[in-house]
Design a protein around this ligand. Structure first.
Ligand code: SF4
Length: 160
């Protein structure tokens, strides 16, 4: 095999639904609904039925952080160049840690590749299926989920 035969790494979305094809769980949600914190696993785990069952009555996306191959243009957050979710996280959330979390998926993480350590210092507060009633955080997760606020960034100049 030559160097040119090597395939580029598959870039991972770090806030994927755990039920996505090829997903691995790399973190578990701890903390509270309004102040969640991710506990990063020392080893990412392939998703199995028994792992998903650990979510109990909750949806797996409320309990786990999972990574799966970035869908690129198939994802509403992707603008053809960047992941706009990563951009919003970097621009509108405050950092919650001072150093890079010990994260197993960093070498292939879309957010890290795009935003660098700025994304990692904010990442531990991100829950894939947002449960908070905080409209600001819901807007960061998905502007379309907050009625009439598709361009709320113009009205928001500081953090939550
Ligand atoms: S942004 Fe950083 S901490 Fe979060 S999943 Fe990506 S590499 Fe890990």
């Amino acid at each position: 095999m030559t160097a040119s035969d090597k395939k580029p790494p598959v870039i991972q979305c770090p806030s994927a639904q755990p039920t996505n094809p090829g997903a691995v769980v790399f973190g578990v949600v701890t903390g509270t609904t309004e102040s969640p914190r991710i506990g990063y696993l020392t080893e990412a785990q392939p998703v199995t039925e028994s792992l998903l069952a650990l979510a109990g009555q909750a949806n797996p996306g409320q309990v786990f952080r999972a990574a799966s191959p970035c869908a690129g243009g198939g994802c509403k957050h992707f603008d053809g160049t960047d992941c706009r979710l990563a951009t919003r996280i970097a621009q509108f959330l405050d950092p919650v840690v001072n150093s890079l979390p010990a994260c197993e998926i960093r070498p292939t993480c879309r957010w890290f590749r795009q935003e660098g350590r700025v994304a990692c210092l904010r990442c531990p507060q991100v829950v894939t299926e947002v449960c908070t009633t905080d409209e600001y955080r819901r807007w960061i997760a998905d502007p379309e989920s907050v009625a009439g606020t598709s361009d709320k960034s113009e009205n928001i100049s500081s953090g939550p």
